[in-house]
Design a protein around this ligand. Structure first.
Ligand code: ZN
Length: 140
């Protein structure tokens, strides 16, 4: 058993459990738990970016909060299953929102969920070996 000192994720010998519930935590009682930084926190520390999502268009300014809520929901949902699925940082520039993710599938999922919720145009470009994706979503 290992526990990440930064985010509290637990490794049960098979996989990292990002947000352990009481059931998981109770199994740790009395066991030797080694402190070990999980891959999610390591990627955050290194600033490892595997996906970039760019949001564009006039729709953005009028629906900023709704859009941000969808993004937050997607991140929470993905991170609950995969410790590396996290947003490293997001920034705004010239009316565009740019989101960098530590996991390419999170970037892909954010694009798809925005498209599902608000229509608009979605474009995804995978780089060779499928370890990096550039997602563009726009709506005017
Ligand atoms: Zn961690």
């Amino acid at each position: 058993m290992k526990e990440c000192p930064q985010c509290g994720a637990i490794h049960n010998g098979h996989r990292w459990i990002p947000e352990p519930d009481e059931k998981v935590s109770s199994r740790l009682a009395g066991k030797t738990v080694k402190k070990s930084t999980c891959p999610g926190c390591r990627r955050m520390e290194k600033g490892q970016v595997e996906g970039v999502v760019t949001l564009k268009g006039n729709f953005l300014a009028r629906h900023r909060e709704e859009i941000k809520n969808v993004i937050k929901r997607v991140e929470k949902n993905r991170h609950g299953r995969n410790v590396t699925s996290q947003i490293l940082r997001s920034s705004e520039e010239n009316g565009e929102i740019i989101i960098e993710t530590c996991d390419e599938h999170l970037a892909e999922r954010i694009g798809k969920e925005l498209h599902k919720a608000f229509k608009g145009d979605l474009d995804m470009k995978w780089q060779e070996k499928d370890t990096f994706v550039r997602v563009l979503w726009q709506r005017d």
